[in-house]
Design a protein around this ligand. Structure first.
Ligand code: UDP
Ligand code: MG
Length: 313
């Protein structure tokens, strides 16, 4: 009898938690009535919530101690860490990753399970077919992000792909085995490969609570994604250097020729100052990019744990 583990990262989700559990139970029980029998277990990860999320988990565990499990972090470590912790705990043959706010519709679960059962796919992933209800600036910026990252990095990320997916055991093992500290799940999912098929669904609104992502956080998240999977920003320095070199040679030639032909002296320190400032600026920019990468190397070499578990049931 295949066991399905459902991994759910939660940060300040006291209202969504019971709704999520109720909805998923309804759907899976209904599905199980008609199909072959499955078992399923939940792994809720409390990512250092400051509200009563942990109490909700304890309550759910008390009502269904066989199937509801949770781990609780010592503080907020971020969604990527919570995902990893959940994947490490999950014992199932199939493992699903879901947001607790019901933006990942549980109605898709039966189709996903059937797909894994009946085809040779290793992963059933999902993507949004639209971005209805999202601020236009946000969708525009995220589209720009997908263009940039797919243009400059080796891993390809499907635009609009959610983290919501059902994976076979071997895929989960591959993801857990990636030891990096800076974890960008969208990149990791794509990097490990395996045969993946995508289901589409229209954008859903949160059932309760509010998003934890500000524009600034989304921006730094995308920058991290780009730096984790591409060395192109590092190459920008050499490109800019080469470009300025050629421009300087051409400029010098032009000045010499002009002096020889017309004999007029080259005037103006303002232009000189402008050029020096521009080059200085470029150098600082490149130094900054290199610094960013060094910072990430520094974090990786410390080998700190990605999360700390305070309580586990
Ligand atoms: N989340 C988390 N740790 C965090 C931020 C978010 O575990 O530091 C969880 C959150 O509880 C939710 C999921 O990650 O289940 C997605 O978060 P959210 O809904 O805020 O993101 P959005 O759907 O707006 O992109
Ligand atoms: Mg959400």
């Amino acid at each position: 009898m295949p066991v399905i583990s459902i991994v759910v990262p939660c940060y300040n989700e006291q209202e969504s938690l019971p709704l999520f559990y109720q909805r998923v139970e309804e759907i899976l029980q209904e599905f199980n009535r008609h199909q072959a029998t499955y078992q399923w277990e939940y792994w809720f990860v409390n990512d250092g919530s400051t509200d009563d999320s942990l109490k909700q988990m304890q309550y759910l565990h008390a009502t269904d101690p066989e199937n509801v499990h949770y781990v609780s972090f010592s503080r907020n470590f971020g969604k990527e860490a919570a995902l990893l912790a959940g994947l490490k705990q999950a014992q199932g043959d199939y493992v699903a990753v879901m947001d607790v706010d019901l933006q990942d519709p549980p109605e898709l679960l039966p189709t996903m399970i059937k797909t894994l059962n009946e085809t040779d796919n290793d992963v059933v992933a999902t993507k949004r077919s639209d971005r209805a209800g999202e601020p236009w600036l946000r969708s525009m910026l995220s589209q720009a992000f997908y263009h940039v990252i797919n243009f400059i990095s080796q891993v390809k990320i499907v635009p609009g792909a959610r983290d919501y997916r059902l994976m076979r055991r071997n895929v989960v093992q591959a993801i857990i085995d990636m030891p990096e500290y800076n974890r960008f799940s969208k990149g990791i999912f794509s990097w490990v490969g395996f045969k993946t098929t995508y289901l589409r669904f229209p954008n859903q609104d949160r059932v309760a609570g509010h998003t934890h992502w500000s524009m600034r956080q989304l921006f730094s998240y995308s920058m991290e994604g780009i730096m984790d999977y591409s060395e192109v920003p590092l190459a920008i320095a050499s490109w800019l250097g080469g470009f300025s070199f050629v421009a300087a040679i051409l400029g010098m030639l032009w000045i010499v020729i002009r002096a020889l032909l017309f004999g007029n002296p080259t005037a103006g320190w303002p232009s000189l100052v402008a050029i020096i400032l521009m080059l200085g600026g470029l150098q600082l920019l490149c130094l900054g990019i290199v610094g960013k990468y060094i910072g990430r190397i520094y974090l990786e070499t410390k080998h700190r744990p990605q999360f700390l578990i305070k309580e586990k049931r």
